[in-house]
Ligand binder design. Sequence first.
Ligand code: 4NP
Length: 148
Amino acid sequence: MSKSIIFVCLGNICRSPLAEGIAKEYIKSNNLDIYVESAGTGDWHIGEPPCENSIKVASQNGIDISMQRARQVKTEDFEKFDYIIGLDDSNVKNLKSLGCKTVIKLGDYGYEGKDVPDPYFFDGFEGFDKVFSMINTCTKNFIKTIKN
Ligand code: 4NP
């Protein structure tokens, strides 16, 4: 049976869309059977595409995330998905307070448990490269641990 992953950040417009895009690309190019979505704990950006800088850094790395649309995480997701992954400690805490019992932290898969910094308040594009690298490394490492 195929496995499923949902990546969760705060707004679902900067970080988790990158994780979704990177995961889908990796899954496709490795012929894996894993279903992926992303969501935010907040409701401010529901229905919006990813932020311009995330679309840009993804595109520079050969990934098109422009068709994604933000949605808010819901409690049914905790039953539906095998793996619920938060991008930083506050995402993990928010997910736990919503009743999610098993939350994984993305930074535990290659960045010593570090938070993926929230780039929403970054000044321009600077920093998005680092965010992309962190998400890229950890997302691929995580998928490697579950693919068998
Ligand atoms: P994300 O970034 O959690 O990586 O999507 C944010 C996007 C929007 C907000 C915060 C973080 N916001 O407060 O609207």
